[in-house]
Design a protein around this ligand. Structure first.
Ligand SMILES: [Zn+2]
Length: 155
């Protein structure tokens, strides 16, 4: 076998990286309509075009306000040749982006609630334990004082 130099693998997604914490993850893209690819997400396209299928229909070009991916990342030649569906207005893309953002926020909120609930249980347990510890040390204190009194009274 050839002695080839070895490379470290590069994770495809952040959740594949070691030490990754699910709860701290949030979307890194700016445009929720196209995830900064310039091409509208299939699931969003089907909200506008009933029965949309990326295999049968032209992909929608993102035209969201503030999103330049449609212009910067997609070849103008391919657009000019009519390979994409360019009918979406900025307003439509913005509405789709808003829907997508909301669903991500709901997802993150839901995850956050679950995490808070789990943390709450942990705290509750810790509190119970610490109360027991305080009780124990109070008892110990009492016993220590009794012993002290014994010593004083029997002096
Ligand atoms: Zn976009």
């Amino acid at each position: 076998m050839e002695n080839l130099p070895q490379l470290e693998p590069i994770s495809l997604r952040p959740e594949c990286e070691p030490g990754y914490q699910k709860e701290s993850w949030k979307p890194t893209w700016k445009c929720y309509c196209c995830m900064d690819t310039g091409l509208v997400l299939d699931r969003l396209s089907s909200q506008i075009i009933p029965g949309f299928s990326s295999e049968k229909h032209k992909t929608l070009l993102c035209n969201a306000s503030g999103c330049k991916a449609g212009r910067d990342k997609v070849s103008p030649t391919l657009i000019d040749e009519g390979n994409f569906d360019t009918r979406l207005s900025s307003e439509m893309c913005d509405r789709l982006a808003q829907m997508e953002r909301k669903s991500w926020e709901d997802y993150r909120y839901h995850k956050h609630q679950l995490r808070k609930k789990a943390l709450g249980l942990v705290e509750e347990l810790a509190e119970k334990k610490s109360v027991r510890r305080v009780t124990r040390s109070a008892e110990e204190q009492e016993r220590a004082e009794e012993r002290h009194l014994d010593v004083v009274e029997n002096f």
